[in-house]
Design a protein around this ligand. Sequence first.
Ligand SMILES: [Zn+2]
Length: 232
Amino acid sequence: MERNKKADRKVYAKIKGQYHQKSIKRRIEAAFLDNIGKVLTREQIIKVATDPKTGREPENWHQRLSELRTDEGYTILSWRNRGDLKIQEYLMPHSKKRSSARKRVRPTDATWLAILRRANYACEWNEGGEACGLKDGEVDPIGGGRVKLTPDHKNPHSLDPEADPSDSSQWQALCGRHQVTKKNYWDSATGKLNTYAIVQFAPEKEKKRIFKFLLTYFGYTMLKNGTIRKGH
Ligand SMILES: [Zn+2]
């Protein structure tokens, strides 16, 4: 299939010097807000996120970027959502924040310690019976960076606003990658699987399979040259 070449021509961001905001997250946010509709590369984000005083490159920039999406409600697109973005290119199309972003409740320090002990200081994410098991401080072989376990409330917030900070059974320890996975895959408003997000995050091969399924489902046929026509 031919992509529409005229639409959405890519423009790359220009970083104007250093950012002096106090935190990694705020520096990344400022750079995106300065470059609405433009593509920021991984290198540019790392440069922006680097501590202006110590010059230390942050290894957790990706998690901070995810938090801008999930906690603060910004839209930041990547290759997963837009076919013309390459891996490690990011784009904020507008500065609007979704209002669904909400403050998170945290377990108490004592509860968090109990959770970590139960979890044996490893990520408790379980997929098809297989546990993630990455330990706090290890290098994540898939996501890169060091694993930092953080608490996750098992039920989506809005379904269970009475999250009990002292009941360890309501919480689990998750690595950064699985925190992001969960936020992306579960709709916290309905508690249902977010099918749209799952398709967005699927590899291109899977997307093609789904695309073909939908064509058939809605009664279209794709010809050998990529043309789509109504009817089987
Ligand atoms: Zn994990």
